[in-house]
Write a protein that binds this ligand. Structure first.
Ligand SMILES: [Zn+2]
Length: 221
């Protein structure tokens, strides 16, 4: 299902209005525009959930990371990550507690080399049915160490957008491969001559010119 297009799920023929409080509109709740071209990976089926809760163990594959981070300042590392989830359902709400471990990389602001980042963070989110989404709140701010809210449509809770948003929060403002990074080394032939930076001794290569100048000045007298 749903390969190469994000809109397919929206085209469900049942775009009926809420017929009862218990109808789940057939719409997927994206947190924000997201470019996950492949189908969602971290999906909980509502039917699998109960009050006692259940556990899931997902791999966060490097190709998922590459896709999710395509427009971000981060990129995928070279190893798969792990996403463990405990989810329980209370009436229509689904409480998700998860733990994300992944290796990503930022780009050093000085030398442009990769700066590896070990992501290790907790996720707590409460998912409610899409029809309970407040008006004019299409986008949700995702915060670390808070209970985040999102909405689910149909019979699935899709966690991909939340995972992505949390990963994006890990991007440092100014990534550095090390505090002492000196940036890209300037090749010898592109370096300005020393005297540009305050050396007052004239370059010996200019000596013939200086002699010529002296001679010319004398002639003028
Ligand atoms: Zn650097």
């Amino acid at each position: 299902m749903l390969v190469g297009g994000g809109g397919t799920l929206l085209d469900s023929p049942q775009t009926t209005t809420n017929s009862s409080a218990f109808s789940w509109p057939g719409r997927v709740a994206w947190l924000s525009p997201i470019k996950l071209n492949s189908m969602s990976t971290f999906v909980l089926q509502i039917q699998d959930l109960d009050e006692a809760g259940r556990d899931w163990n997902f791999a966060i594959r490097t190709d998922w990371l590459a896709n999710a981070l395509a427009d971000a300042e981060l990129k995928a590392g070279t190893e798969d990550g792990r996403f463990t989830v405990h989810a329980q359902r209370s009436a229509l709400d689904v409480l998700v507690q998860g733990h994300i471990e992944a290796k990503v990389a930022a780009t050093c602001a000085r030398c442009l080399n990769d700066v590896p980042i070990d992501v290790d963070l907790a996720l707590t989110a409460l998912y409610s049915p899409e029809h309970m989404r407040p008006q004019n709140s299409d986008e949700i701010d995702v915060l670390l160490d808070e209970v985040n809210r999102d909405y689910y449509g149909g019979s699935e809770v899709v966690l991909d957008p939340m995972v992505r948003e949390l990963l994006l929060l890990e991007a440092p403002m100014k990534p550095l491969c090390s505090e002492s990074c000196e940036g890209i080394a300037v090749p010898e032939h592109l370096r300005p001559p020393e005297e540009v930076f305050g050396g007052s001794v004239p370059d010996p290569r200019f000596a013939p010119l200086l002699k010529l100048k002296e001679a010319l000045t004398k002639n003028e007298e």
